[in-house]
Design a binder for this molecule. Structure first.
Ligand SMILES: [Zn+2]
Length: 370
């Protein structure tokens, strides 16, 4: 490849008739990085070869790529966030005309800060002027390993595997997200099963609105801790927190002084400019505020999302139990439904995906669709 491109990249890359997309990637990064580009061939489909416990980072990346491919191939529509998948005979991973294959931390910064934050904020109808992005980064830890970053992004932008997303991601023609996922209101399968409100189970519902007693208890505890911790730093911060997030017996709503960011924004780690302004006005040192912000970000994950999600999984299981038992009886108890298998702790079945190896030689073309 280097030889074909020539010393000054004036040459044309060799044309291969298979895995066009991958060779295109190699040519692109080869031009950009020259001899520093190293391509390594990895065996794909770890799920067919070894136990999950022994997978390394690359195995997981392969697996994730397979799953994304599985979800996108042969689908109509596909207007959901992975707008970065463009199939034009060539295939490349892009977001707004920027390639994002590079796994360097710079690329991750770019994806999170510019590509993702901006687009996701528009999608969630967030007023950028009301949002303190810098403090949000401090709070939610948009740094560190790719895994932690991915977890933060998933939490912040409503991409967990709850009932609304399950419905949404399976739809042939996906509606564009705008704020809440209430466009699924007519779909019974997307409703929360922890309460009887017949509301769509999206992140907003789980983290702020759902009236289920167990959820409310978790939220009340978190709220109490935040108020206490904010007060320790400054009464002004306490007041501005309460102004944005109001607690009504464990149901979180927009407070009286909320301007631009919702209660859900705040509990998913987005910091309103109002909080920052209030501590600045009160003369709190930035480093002390940053310490609080880091605590706040961790509290959202540890005291809200984690226990709420665990509770949610437990409730799903409880709801599935009678169905699973019935299915087992209907099938003579031999194989059982997917739900029953899940309750027994069995595997979800082998996954039939296309090869999406990182790179290298050999025939690695994704299944179907082309
Ligand atoms: Zn609910």
């Amino acid at each position: 490849m280097r030889a074909a491109l020539g010393e000054r990249d004036e040459g044309e890359p060799t044309v291969y008739r298979h895995s066009v997309d991958l060779w295109d990637e190699v040519a692109y990064w080869s031009r950009k990085w020259g001899d520093q580009l190293e391509v390594e061939w990895m065996r794909g489909h770890p799920e067919l070869r070894k136990e999950r416990d022994s997978w390394d980072m690359l195995d997981w990346m392969n697996h994730a790529a397979d799953r994304i491919a599985e979800a996108e191939y042969d689908e109509e529509g596909g207007v959901d966030a992975p707008e970065c998948f463009q199939n034009q005979g060539k295939w490349r991973l892009e977001w707004r005309e920027h390639r994002i294959t590079s796994m360097t931390m710079d690329a991750l910064d770019d994806i999170q800060l510019e590509s993702l934050a901006e687009g996701a904020a528009a999608e969630q109808r967030i007023q950028l002027s009301a949002w303190d992005l810098k403090s949000t980064i401090t709070a939610t830890g948009w740094t560190g390993s790719a895994r932690r970053r991915a977890w933060s992004a998933k939490l912040a932008w409503d991409r967990a595997w709850h009932r609304a997303n399950r419905m949404h991601w399976k739809a042939a023609n996906r509606k564009k997200r705008e704020g809440a996922m209430s466009f699924l209101a007519g779909e019974k399968e997307a409703w929360c099963r922890a309460c009887s409100a017949q509301e769509v189970e999206d992140a907003r519902h789980i983290m702020t609105r759902c009236g289920c007693e167990a959820y409310r208890t978790i939220r009340r505890r978190w709220y109490g801790k935040v108020v206490e911790k904010a007060k320790e730093l400054s009464v002004a911060l306490e007041a501005s927190f309460v102004a944005v997030v109001a607690n009504s017996d464990g149901v979180l709503q927009e407070g009286e002084g909320s301007s631009g960011l919702t209660a859900w924004d705040a509990v998913s780690g987005r910091i309103p400019i109002l909080w920052t302004a209030s501590v600045e006005k009160a003369g709190v040192k930035r480093e002390d505020y940053e310490k609080w912000l880091r605590w706040y970000g961790a509290s959202v994950k540890e005291y809200m999302w984690k226990p709420l999600w665990q509770m949610r999984q437990q409730k799903e299981k409880e709801q599935d139990a009678p169905l699973a038992a019935a299915a087992e009886v209907a099938q003579g108890g031999s194989r059982g439904s997917r739900a029953a298998r899940r309750l027994r702790g069995g595997s979800r079945g082998s996954y039939r995906g296309g090869a999406s190896r990182m790179s290298g030689s050999g025939s690695n073309r994704p299944r179907g669709g082309r």
